[in-house]
Design a protein around this ligand. Structure first.
Ligand SMILES: CC(C)(COP(=O)(O)OP(=O)(O)OC[C@H]1O[C@@H](n2cnc3c(N)ncnc32)[C@H](O)[C@@H]1OP(=O)(O)O)[C@@H](O)C(=O)NCCC(=O)NCCS
Length: 165
């Protein structure tokens, strides 16, 4: 597949945090935020690759600040690294108080999607090439997270909790 950077590299979802997103403490549930991250990452991966995509890894997630019901949420997903079939996507979540306009970063994460065809087999994605210094830093971060993830997975595999047939 050719290198096609004319495809959208970023996508931002914007919506209100709704009462159905609330947790037992009256703020937005962490699981709701993770769902938004997955949705934005999915839309970004599909837009970049032109294929249906599945999540294979979620890492480096950090919840910085709570989100309150009625705040305006922005979930920005950006391709920061591509492999053969994988797209590493940085997702930033911010919340704005509509009364004051005050905006804060609430959550950050790196999520990896893989493009698959109708049979569920992986397919190559257009390569993304960093242009700016910031792009290069983000790509290096994604590569480093990938290396750490491999080490963790090897360690985790040696500690099976499930007995599978
Ligand atoms: C996606 C899937 C088909 C890939 O199959 P696989 O046998 O792991 O395929 P591969 O080993 O060739 O890996 C495919 C890509 O995934 C990447 N990958 C695999 N495991 C990974 C992990 N834990 N973290 C990050 N990337 C990973 C590989 O590096 C490879 O990337 P590349 O093509 O850019 O080099 C399979 O893992 C799968 O179906 N997973 C479940 C997906 C799912 O159900 N997600 C939740 C709902 S969407």
């Amino acid at each position: 597949m050719s290198s096609d950077n004319s495809r959208p590299r970023e996508i931002t979802l914007r919506f209100l945090a709704e009462p159905t997103d609330v947790n037992f403490g009256g703020k937005v549930h962490g699981g709701a935020v993770m769902k938004w991250i997955d949705q934005a990452g999915y839309a970004c991966a599909v837009g970049w690759s032109g294929y249906y995509c599945v999540t294979v890894f979620v890492g480096g997630i950090r919840f910085y600040k709570p989100i309150f019901i009625g705040q305006i949420i922005e979930v920005k997903a950006t391709v920061v690294h591509t492999g053969t079939s994988s797209m590493h996507i940085a997702v930033d979540v911010s919340a704005t108080d509509p009364k004051t306009g005050a905006r804060k970063r609430t959550t950050r994460c790196l999520i990896v999607f893989v493009a698959v065809d109708g049979a569920g087999d992986t397919v190559p994605v257009p390569p993304w090439h960093p242009k700016t210094e910031e792009d290069k830093r983000l790509q290096q971060y994604a590569v480093r997270i990938g290396e750490m993830r491999k080490e963790q997975e090897d360690e985790w595999k040696s500690m099976e909790l499930l007995e599978l047939a």
